[in-house]
Design a protein. Structure first.
Length: 118
């Protein structure tokens, strides 16, 4: 099975930056997709960004131009660089992996809190 561990969350002022990391317990080379989702209090979990095995990236409109997803195969890690943060970005950020074909198709990390103060 695959486990995902996020880190890098914290408290930052509006306009600041954070970089989230998601380390997988298995090699991510074969994964169909990896991505980041977020859930703010009282709201549904929403997609932030994904990256496919073929390097295709996808971003929510609300983060385009501010967030960048990337990965390091050698470290089994996916990153989310978040710039120009605003209070609306406050949420728990979750890492997700479609780890097929070798593993389960839907794996979640435990989440990391990002709080942006105004």
């Amino acid at each position: 099975q695959v486990q995902l561990v996020e880190s890098g969350g914290g408290l930052v002022q509006a306009g600041g930056s954070l970089r989230l990391s998601c380390v997988a317990s298995r090699s991510i080379v074969s994964f169909n997709n990896m991505g980041w989702y977020r859930q703010a209090p009282g709201k549904q979990r929403e997609l932030v960004s994904t990256i496919s095995r073929s390097d295709t990236t996808n971003y929510a409109d609300s983060v385009k131009g501010r967030f960048t997803i990337s990965r390091d195969f050698a470290k089994n890690t996916v990153y989310l660089q978040m710039n120009s943060l605003n209070p609306e970005d406050t949420a728990v950020y979750y890492c997700n992996a479609d780890a097929r074909p070798l593993y389960s198709g839907n794996v979640w990390g435990q989440g990391t809190q990002v709080t942006v103060s105004s």
